[in-house]
Design a protein around this ligand. Structure first.
Ligand SMILES: [Zn+2]
Ligand SMILES: [Zn+2]
Length: 98
């Protein structure tokens, strides 16, 4: 007979959040098969993402990178002229709206 007396007996101190996927229930120590990682700040692991969500995640990452790049460029341009910053801002605002 096997003794399954060992339940989750991890020492969990306050301040150390035990993250757990709210879909499959995996944790840092017990990842999904093949491994998984957290999706940004959510409590969902990327193994549980639907194809749609995965696409969204990739898009979000791209947008983030883009925004980061743009901001850097704006800052670089800003050192030269204020006009270019305004122009870029206008462009960015347009992009955000519909
Ligand atoms: Zn999961
Ligand atoms: Zn997982």
């Amino acid at each position: 007979m096997s003794t399954k007396s060992r339940r989750e007996s991890g020492k969990r101190r306050k301040g150390e959040r035990a993250r757990r996927c709210r879909r499959c229930g995996c944790t840092e120590k017990r990842a999904c098969k093949g491994g998984c990682s957290w999706v940004l700040d959510t409590n969902v692991c990327d193994a549980c993402l639907t194809t749609h969500e995965r696409a969204l995640q990739m898009l979000a990452a791209l947008i983030r990178d883009d925004a980061f790049e743009l901001r850097n460029r704006v800052e670089a341009l800003n050192k030269r002229t204020d006009q270019s910053e305004n122009l870029l801002r206008a462009m960015l605002n347009k992009g955000g709206r519909r």
